[in-house]
Design a protein around this ligand. Sequence first.
Ligand code: SIN
Ligand code: FE2
Length: 213
Amino acid sequence: MNAELFAAQPRKVEILAGATLFKARLKNEADEFLRTIAKIAAEAPFRHMVTPGGQKISAAMTNCGNSGWISDRKGYRYAQVAPERNQPWPLMPERFRKQAIDAAREAGFPNFSPDACLINRYAIGAKMGLHQDRDEADLTQPIVSFSFGLAAAFQLGGATRKDKTQKILLEEGDVFVWGGPARLFFHGVLPIKADAARPHTLYRFNLTFRRAA
Ligand code: SIN
Ligand code: FE2
């Protein structure tokens, strides 16, 4: 068996208590997901928001679902409309929702009920600094992340910013779930690199399903 085939085998890896990686879980559905993301973006375009401190966020973002995560000078929050559009976010596709709920259940979170999905688009060089996801109302619900396109070195730390981080490779079709004792762990994404084996793949897409309200 060659290395590439081996790497593509779906498998479940417990990273630490509350954090589970499902390698290659959605690999066969990547094209379908990418087409659906393109449809969502045709309705609610990707854009670069700024942090409350005024820094441009290097990942371009959009959302689907009842609420969407936004950031501007006024702060980080969930909103039912994008400030610049004043229209509801596109519906969360039922297929996305079901896949997120199934993964959460298999990771030990049987009551996951996502109402928001943040979609991040990283160009080569884009990154995300260490942060906690803490704008959601119900922290007993996990975060479920799907990755497509270029791979990322995802950093997972601990409950404080200075905790040591470990690097987790998130590749196309990987699903990563964190909740319970890991729910407020710091995490981030190192600068995305080009892949010489996929010269036409210019972006990484990451979807995070959340219970916002
Ligand atoms: C996030 O933390 O919101 C995104 C994580 C990722 O892109 O993998
Ligand atoms: Fe996050």
